[in-house]
Write a protein that binds this ligand. Structure first.
Ligand SMILES: [Zn+2]
Length: 113
């Protein structure tokens, strides 16, 4: 399962960062999930609860911030919101579109004791 791998990686990175900062307990982890990242947030939250066991993040809360998708039209230089990769430019109907936001999942912050 895609979300399980992501959840395990989130816990791994958070624990490593906490260790490097001398913390022995993680209170919460804030992640940004792009609308176009192909991640099911409910599923990620569910997997996180399993992934955090036996780690210093075992009581940590996962906070998910949704980042809307944004695209840029190469032809007319317009930028617009989108929920899909397959979209036409609303200004010029162009098909040469760059997705400039919303493709990624990243850890925004970690709250430790
Ligand atoms: Zn355009």
């Amino acid at each position: 399962m895609h979300e399980m791998t992501l959840a395990i990686n989130i816990v791994k990175i958070a624990c490593k960062t906490a260790n490097q900062n001398g913390a022995d307990k993680i209170n919460s982890i804030e992640v940004e999930v792009g609308k176009l990242a192909g991640v099911l947030e409910d599923s990620l939250a569910f997997c996180f609860e399993a992934a955090r066991n036996n780690s210093i993040a075992k009581d940590a809360q996962l906070k998910i911030l949704t980042i809307p998708g944004k695209a840029h039209c190469i032809a007319c230089d317009d930028s617009f919101d989108t929920d899909t990769f397959f979209t036409l430019c609303p200004e010029c109907d162009g098909i040469a579109i760059d997705i400039i936001q919303g493709k990624d999942l990243r850890i925004k912050s970690i709250n430790v004791d």
